[in-house]
Design a protein around this ligand. Structure first.
Ligand code: NAP
Length: 195
């Protein structure tokens, strides 16, 4: 169960990532590939809200945040919480610092942020993904299948395909095989089934 307290307002928690053939997601702190349209899809997805005025709370591991291009900030419709056990102040362009994932969920689901937060997006890396996959409010995993081999040092965690099932089509998600820079990839959404 979530220990966000009795005043918590349930918010959808969603993961977003792209992984190549060996489930690799990163190399030397960065993405292993250059897929601009996939990156644009990522940006569009995490900054989309269905109700004007609402925002998404983006949860970043410290390394992911540090690798994100500063030139793309601020991102529309978003607030940023950075996870770290070492930082003592909120990084530039971010709004919040938390020492664990549950703290970030509590932040987004209780007053006053709960009034404006639509979705809590988990941007990575590995530890935030692992924890979020176990969270009862996690309903969707956006996981682009990059159909190529890349040398990686960071990997998307294994998850239970009986709990998160691949859906055939999903609103706002292009279907079919995409191709860019000679690399094939496919947008995928896994949806948690009722247990
Ligand atoms: N392909 C994709 O879709 C994708 C997505 C995300 C990331 N990536 C790649 O993955 C790599 C980065 O991921 P990563 O797993 O190495 O690092 P990360 O999660 O971004 O950063 C690790 C740091 O974040 C903090 N942290 C993480 N989880 C925490 C928690 N639960 N509580 C408190 N602090 C926490 C800690 O910071 P302190 O050391 O300050 O305590 C930890 O050392 C990069 O190569 C990136 O490009 C790829």
């Amino acid at each position: 169960m979530c220990d966000c307290g009795e005043n918590a307002h349930t918010k959808p928690i969603r993961l977003i990532a792209a992984a190549c053939n060996n489930m690799g997601i990163g190399k030397n702190g960065y993405l292993p590939w250059n897929l601009p349209s996939e990156f644009t899809f990522f940006l569009d997805t995490i900054s989309s809200v269905s109700t004007p005025g609402m925002k998404n709370l983006l949860v970043w591991g410290r390394k992911c945040w540090e690798a994100f291009p500063e030139s793309l900030l601020p991102l529309p419709n978003t607030m940023h919480v950075i996870l770290s056990r070492t930082l003592s102040s909120v990084p530039k362009h971010a709004q919040y610092l938390c020492s664990d994932l549950q703290g970030s969920v509590k932040l987004g689901s209780t007053h006053p942020l709960s009034e404006v937060i639509e979705t809590i997006w988990i941007i990575g890396g590995v530890e935030p993904y692992i924890e979020a996959l176990q969270h009862p409010w996690c309903d969707l995993v956006y996981l682009t299948d990059v159909q190529a081999d890349f040398e990686c040092d960071t990997y998307f965690p294994e998850f239970n395909n009986n709990v998160y099932k691949l859906v055939d089509e999903f609103p706002g998600v292009p279907s079919g095989i995409q191709e860019e820079n000679g690399i094939k990839f496919k947008y995928q959404v896994f949806k948690k089934v009722a247990q």
